[in-house]
Design a binder for this molecule. Sequence first.
Ligand SMILES: Nc1ncnc2c1ncn2[C@@H]1O[C@H](COP(=O)(O)OP(=O)(O)OP(=O)(O)O)[C@@H](O)[C@H]1O
Length: 308
Amino acid sequence: MSAEKNTFAIETTSLTKKYGNKVVVKRLNLKVREGEIYGFIGRNGAGKSTTLKMLCGIASPTEGEIRIFEKPVSDPVVRRRLGVLIESAGLYFHMTARQNVMMKAKCMGITDEKSVEEVLRMTGLADAGKKKVKHFSMGMKQRLGVALALLGNPDLLILDEPINGLDPEGIRELRQLILELHEEGKTILISSHILGELSKISTNYGIIKDGELIEQLTREELEEKCQDYFQLEVEDVKRSLALIQESFPQVQAEVEDARAIRIYGLEDGAGLNQMLIENQISVYASGFHRMDLEEYFLERMEGGRQYV
Ligand SMILES: Nc1ncnc2c1ncn2[C@@H]1O[C@H](COP(=O)(O)OP(=O)(O)OP(=O)(O)O)[C@@H](O)[C@H]1O
């Protein structure tokens, strides 16, 4: 993977957007370093698209500041370094892929045909021939949207939900393309609510909930958080917790629901079961689990667990 640098491709300070009285993006301090694939994750309506629109200059912030490559987003130099795929990619359905790309190239003042061929090749559309966009699969349309975003060879790509509507093959192709672009040194911000997919490519994550950035973390930090745990289903959660804390003071235990407890940092699962049984607690089920990334994100977006 390409090396991450220490300069910021995107940095926002207290970025806020209100629609009427509703605050949909709240004081966001988003930081994306050059060379990262930044997975921007949140449920539908969390504020992802609104944030991305502000980053691209499509929507104006109510408050706060945005810097792209350490310059204001309005700077024309910044505009040229930015490629964007947001919502409907602005495709002309009665035209072919090549005609669409040529049209956008013309609007951008790009006259050399090589650039057009290059983005078609990179997105696997060079052989789409005379087929009109209206006959394209969803995957082809998304790839064409990415091709348009790639015109002008931008250093930063902002892709809003590019996986939406793609079949597994389309997802695999897009993933491959994003990884190749990253290898070339591009910084990529990609939003999605499909967590499993993002976790296959992202080097960094930002989790947005109700307009607030509740966490930013690296892939390594995330993997560390997805540690093994021991899960117990017992008849008396409260008494079990007290007994666990007394007998295994080094572990961290948390209530999952009315019957289940999660224990981190435990090595001797059998010993813990034995201790509970000796104390007349019925253990219905127990075993070691590994939290996957999806589970972690869901818990963060649902407001976290209750630690004891
Ligand atoms: N132009 C607008 N006027 C009023 N409210 C809006 C407007 N655009 C978005 N919103 C509201 O802002 C909130 C955040 O929407 P946004 O589209 O940014 O979320 P999202 O995380 O991208 O979700 P989705 O994946 O569903 O697009 C939602 O409650 C939405 O209804």
